[in-house]
Write a protein that binds this ligand. Structure first.
Ligand code: FAD
Length: 286
């Protein structure tokens, strides 16, 4: 059980954004960032577009976050379809801008981008490269998949490849979202048995829209349990009720995770503050 003192000492709270593309998007982003500041997060992370299409916007957004909000910002950085030179330039840029944390990913090649492979094939190679280039400058987060990565051959090798990322120098991990905390607990147990002892922070997806969530979950291999899918389907046309129900489900799951002593919570806030704030409001220890 996590005590309040433990929480203040070691607990990591973070929120994830995507780089805005339009004027309206930029307004939404700032409104959300301002509101989520109230949570005193350890960091805000910023995604990149598939294949690096929004890498520049990711750069601008992390710099904005640090300057305007004084919150540590962590760019997501992928190696797929990139080169060592391009990644080195990015790392140097981030260092110059005072960025101290990176979420290191393989990423996915967008469909239609042909067979262009990057020089680094998997996230463990990217972590190794970041360490070789920049030593201990960056705190490195990597991705973890309690329900396994959609392209994984099997659970055993997926875990072994996860371990390689830690051995390459990752400091902590953020999980793909899940709605079944048993999968997370089993994954953490399996990691401990493999002597993987870094913090594995659950990624939390607020539920705001059924169709979008179903599409995304199918693609990234996050399971929506049948009972939840059916309840959300039923509420699909009544957004207020769907969001209230979704908030209740996710808040209860977060509370069970907190009660079990998770090392943090990472919210996939995605440029909206209210769904994350509503969940946090309902949590006892925060
Ligand atoms: P890896 O850890 O490299 O693993 C990818 C797959 O390859 C797995 O199936 C693994 O089992 C296998 N594998 C690993 N190493 C080897 C090896 N040596 N040999 C053979 N197989 C191997 N996507 C984006 O486009 N933008 C983002 O900003 C973004 N942010 C994310 C943030 C989080 C917290 C998470 C969980 C995911 C995010 N993603 C993002 C999605 C991510 O890019 C995809 O899931 C991608 O397919 C895998 O990236 P990875 O870093 O987990 O890859």
């Amino acid at each position: 059980m996590t005590s309040e003192a433990d929480l203040h000492n070691t607990f990591s709270l973070s929120c994830e954004f995507f780089p805005p593309r339009t004027e309206k998007g930029l307004n939404n982003f700032h409104q959300a960032a301002q509101a989520l500041q109230a949570l005193k997060p350890d960091f805000f992370s910023v995604t990149f577009g598939a294949g690096g299409t929004t890498q520049e916007k990711t750069m601008d957004t992390v710099v904005d976050i640090q300057k305007q909000y004084g919150i540590n910002a962590a760019p997501h950085l992928s190696c797929v379809s990139s080169t060592r030179t391009a990644i080195r330039d990015l790392l140097n840029h981030y260092k110059e801008q005072g960025i101290k944390r990176i979420v290191a990913l393989r990423g996915d090649r967008p469909s239609g981008m042909g067979g262009e492979m990057g020089e680094l094939n998997y996230a463990n190679e990217l972590v190794e490269f970041i360490r070789a280039e920049t030593g201990d400058h960056f705190t490195i987060e990597v991705a973890a998949y309690p329900e396994f990565h959609p392209q994984a051959k099997n659970a055993r090798t997926d875990l072994a490849f996860f371990k390689q990322k830690i051995e390459a120098g990752a400091n902590s991990a953020i999980t793909q979202y899940f709605f079944n905390e048993e999968a997370y607990f089993r994954f953490v147990d399996a990691c401990e048995k493999q002597a993987i002892n870094i913090p594995i922070v659950p990624g939390i997806m607020p539920i705001t829209n059924y169709a979008q969530l179903a599409r995304f979950s199918d693609a990234c291999g996050a399971e929506i349990p049948r009972w939840l899918r059916w309840r959300l389907q039923e509420l699909e046309d009544d957004l207020d009720s769907l969001q209230a129900f979704g908030c209740d489900v996710v808040t209860h799951m977060c509370q069970r995770l907190l009660d079990a002593g998770v090392p943090g919570l990472h919210f996939y806030s995605l440029n909206r503050a209210a769904p994350t704030l509503d969940i946090v409001k309902g949590l006892k220890l925060l």
